[in-house]
Design a protein around this ligand. Structure first.
Ligand SMILES: [Zn+2]
Length: 183
């Protein structure tokens, strides 16, 4: 944790991003480090936790970090929390509360509130589109037509059913090849 906080302080000094640092530990040793680089790289996803996760995965050559632990200078935001779950980290230690970050202008509480809202009532509305423009022969993942001018011979419900079936088939194949769970 000391190293994560040190990284957060260094981040402020380097002016590459916000005051956030993260460290991933495996078998008692530091596997990867991350420092917030949002402003320095114009990358809103360059949070310390995400960068540490990317580095750790590269180092191990894996897309999951089971039996690894994350130390972060601040309670993770919803994006990083999602990344933590996707990588199956075994534990997260944090120093300051998200509320502390909010007080100094890094407020992510509105995202947590948004998640709890009905999809269509969020600040950025999330609207499902039924892919009725696809004909049965074109509807397979990987060959989605660029033009929406294709007239459908299927009902919306049937198009959606075939789309879901196609995604399930693709996901099953992916799982078989990678020996992993895909939600
Ligand atoms: Zn984050």
């Amino acid at each position: 944790m000391e190293r994560a906080i040190q990284l957060a302080i260094e981040s402020v000094r380097s002016r590459q991003g916000g005051p956030f640092g993260a460290v991933i530990v495996k078998d008692g040793g530091i596997l990867a480090e991350g420092v917030n680089q949002v402003t320095g790289t114009n990358d809103p996803t360059a949070h310390a936790e995400v960068l540490a996760i990317r580095q750790a995965c590269r180092t191990l050559g894996l897309f999951e970090l089971k039996r690894c632990e994350l130390y972060t200078s601040c309670e993770p935001c919803p994006m990083c929390l999602g990344a933590i779950y996707w990588t199956r980290l075994s534990r997260v230690y944090y120093a300051s509360f998200a509320a502390d970050a909010s007080k100094v202008g890094f407020d992510d509480s509105f995202i947590y509130r948004e998640i709890a809202q009905p999809k269509t009532q969020r600040e950025i509305p999330m609207i499902q589109i039924i892919w009725s423009v696809f004909s049965r022969s074109r509807l397979d993942v990987g060959s989605i037509p660029k033009s929406s001018s294709v007239k459908s011979t299927l009902s919306s419900g049937e198009s959606l059913r075939i789309l879901r079936q196609s995604i399930t088939t693709t996901a099953t194949g992916w799982r078989r090849r990678n020996g992993a769970n895909l939600r």
